[in-house]
Design a binder for this molecule. Structure first.
Ligand SMILES: Cc1cc2nc3c(=O)[nH]c(=O)nc-3n(C[C@H](O)[C@H](O)[C@H](O)COP(=O)(O)OP(=O)(O)OC[C@H]3O[C@@H](n4cnc5c(N)ncnc54)[C@H](O)[C@@H]3O)c2cc1C
Ligand SMILES: *[C@@H]1O[C@H](CO)[C@@H](O)[C@H](O)[C@H]1NC(C)=O
Length: 342
C-alpha cells in the first residue's frame, strides 16, 4: 500500500514535536516538514525555555492544564535523564514577585514546592511586596530543536526549506497538512486574531546566579522583568510590545532591560553579555488546535491547525503535539473508512 503523505508546516517547537509524535503513532505515513526558517532562526530559539503557563488568553483552562502537565512530565523526565547536559534541561527554583497581592497561580500545584515567600525573602528585592517561591523546569531550546530534528530525520522524516504563500500550494500532494506557523499564521492563513507581541532578551554569563526571578505588575500575565538562570547562560527579559513586528534588536530595549535587571539584582552588573535575541510571540485570543476542511474546488484539504501559543509555546508544546498526532490519526482512519465504503 502506498504510504500516506503528511506535511507539517513549521520547524519551531510546535512543528518539530508534532512531526515526531505523528511519526510515532502513524508509522504507516511519510512526514515532510516545510519551513522557511530552521533552528537557530525560529521564534522558539529565542525563547527562554522556562516552564510557566502565561498569556494564554481565553484558551479553556482544562486544556492549558492538560497540555502543560504533559509537557511538565516530559521536561522533568529530560532534566533527570542523561540527555540533560546535551539539552540544558534542569530544575530551577526561584521567586515570583509583585508590588501587589497576587492570586495563587493556577499552576501552583503543578510545579514543585510552591509556597508563599516570607517577608525576609521579599525585602531582598527592591519594589517587591508579595511573592511566591517554587521550583520549575527549563530547557535550552536552541539545543532541544536540533535534537528533535535529528530524531525526526532518523525516523525517515524529510525537510524542505521554503516559504509558502498559501496552503493551496500544497493541494493534492498530502492527505493531511499540519499547520504550525507560529505568528506567521496571520499572513499564511489570514488569521487576524493572531498578533505579534515582540520580545527582546539578553543572554549573559553569570554562573553565580542560581535563583530565578519573575516580577509582575498588577497584571500577573505581564512580566515586568525576569531573570532565568539556564544551564549555560542567564536570560534577562521583560519586554512585551503588542503589535510590534520588528525583528531587529534595539539598543533602547537592551538598555531598558539592563537597567531593570541590574537594579533588581545588582550582582548582574559584572555579567558578561553574550547575545541579544528578538522574537515575536504568537499571541491569539486562544490557542488554535483544531481541524479545518478547506474547500478546494470539488475536493477539500484536511488541515490540523496548531498555533497561537503566545508566551507559553515551550510550556505547552509536548501536550499539544500529542493531541495534534491523535487528531491526525483519527482523520487518517476516517479517510480509510470512506475509501473502503466506495
Ligand atoms: C523573548 C521570548 C521569550 C519567550 N520565553 C518563553 C518561555 O520561557 N517559555 C515558554 O513557554 N514560551 C516562551 N516564549 C514563547 C515561545 O517562544 C513561542 O510560543 C513558541 O516558540 C511558538 O512556537 P511555534 O513552533 O508555534 O512557532 P515558531 O517557533 O515561530 O515556528 C514557526 C515555524 O513556521 C515556519 N513558517 C511560518 N510561516 C511559514 C510559511 N509561510 N512558509 C513556510 N514556513 C513557515 C517558520 O519558518 C518556523 O519554522 C517566548 C517568546 C519570546 C519571543
Ligand atoms: C539562519 O540565519 C542566518 C542569517 O540570516 C543564515 O546565515 C543561516 O544560514 C540561517 N540558518 C539556517 C539553518 O537556516
Amino acid at each position: 500500500m502506498k504510504k500516506q503523505q503528511i506535511c507539517v508546516i513549521g520547524a519551531g517547537i510546535m512543528g518539530l514535536s508534532s512531526a515526531l509524535h505523528i511519526q510515532e503513532i502513524c508509522p504507516e505515513s511519510d512526514v515532510t516538514i516545510i519551513a522557511d526558517k530552521l533552528s537557530p532562526n525560529t521564534t522558539s530559539d529565542v525563547s527562554a525555555g522556562f516552564w510557566m503557563p502565561h498569556l494564554v488568553g481565553s484558551t479553556p483552562p482544562e486544556k492549558i492544564r492538560s497540555w502543560s502537565q504533559s509537557t511538565w512530565d516530559h521536561m522533568t523526565t529530560l532534566a533527570h535523564s542523561k540527555q540533560a547536559s546535551e539539552l540544558g534541561a534542569c530544575l530551577v527554583s526561584g521567586y515570583l514577585l509583585s508590588p501587589v497581592k497576587l492570586d495563587l497561580p493556577f499552576y501552583s500545584d503543578q510545579v514543585l514546592g510552591f509556597r508563599e515567600a516570607t517577608q525576609k525573602e521579599i525585602t531582598k528585592f527592591p519594589g517587591a511586596k508579595y511573592g511566591f517561591f517554587y521550583t520549575t523546569v527549563m530547557i535550552e531550546v536552541r539545543r532541544y530543536l536540533p535534537w528533535l530534528m535529528k530524531r525526526f530525520k532518523e525516523r525517515g522524516g524529510k525537510v524542505q526549506q521554503r516559504k509558502l504563500s498559501s496552503l493551496t500550494e500544497l493541494s493534492g500532494q498530502y492527505e493531511i497538512v499540519v499547520n504550525c506557523p507560529g505568528v506567521q499564521a496571520r499572513q499564511l492563513v489570514g488569521d487576524k486574531s493572531v498578533e505579534s507581541v515582540r520580545g527582546q532578551i539578553i543572554r549573559v554569563r553569570a554562573p553565580w546566579l542560581k535563583t530565578f526571578l519573575t516580577v509582575t505588575n498588577e497584571n500577573p500575565d505581564f512580566l515586568d522583568a525576569y531573570v532565568f538562570p539556564g544551564a549555560q547562560e542567564v536570560v534577562l527579559g521583560g519586554i512585551a510590545q503588542v503589535g510590534d513586528w520588528d525583528l531587529q534588536h534595539r539598543k533602547v530595549d537592551r538598555e531598558y532591560l539592563w537597567k531593570k535587571c541590574t537594579t533588581l539584582l545588582p550582582s548582574l552588573q559584572n555579567a558578561e553579555m553574550v547575545k541579544d535575541w528578538t522574537g515575536l510571540r504568537p499571541v491569539r485570543t486562544s490557542v488554535r488546535l483544531e481541524v479545518e476542511y478547506l474547500p478546494l474546488g470539488d475536493r477539500s484539504m484536511t488541515i490540523v491547525h496548531c498555533y497561537g501559543h503566545s508566551g507559553s509555546g515551550v510550556t505547552l508544546h509536548w501536550g499539544c503535539a500529542k493531541e495534534v498526532a491523535d487528531v491526525v490519526k483519527r482523520e487518517l482512519n476516517q479517510d480509510r473508512n470512506k475509501l473502503s465504503k466506495l
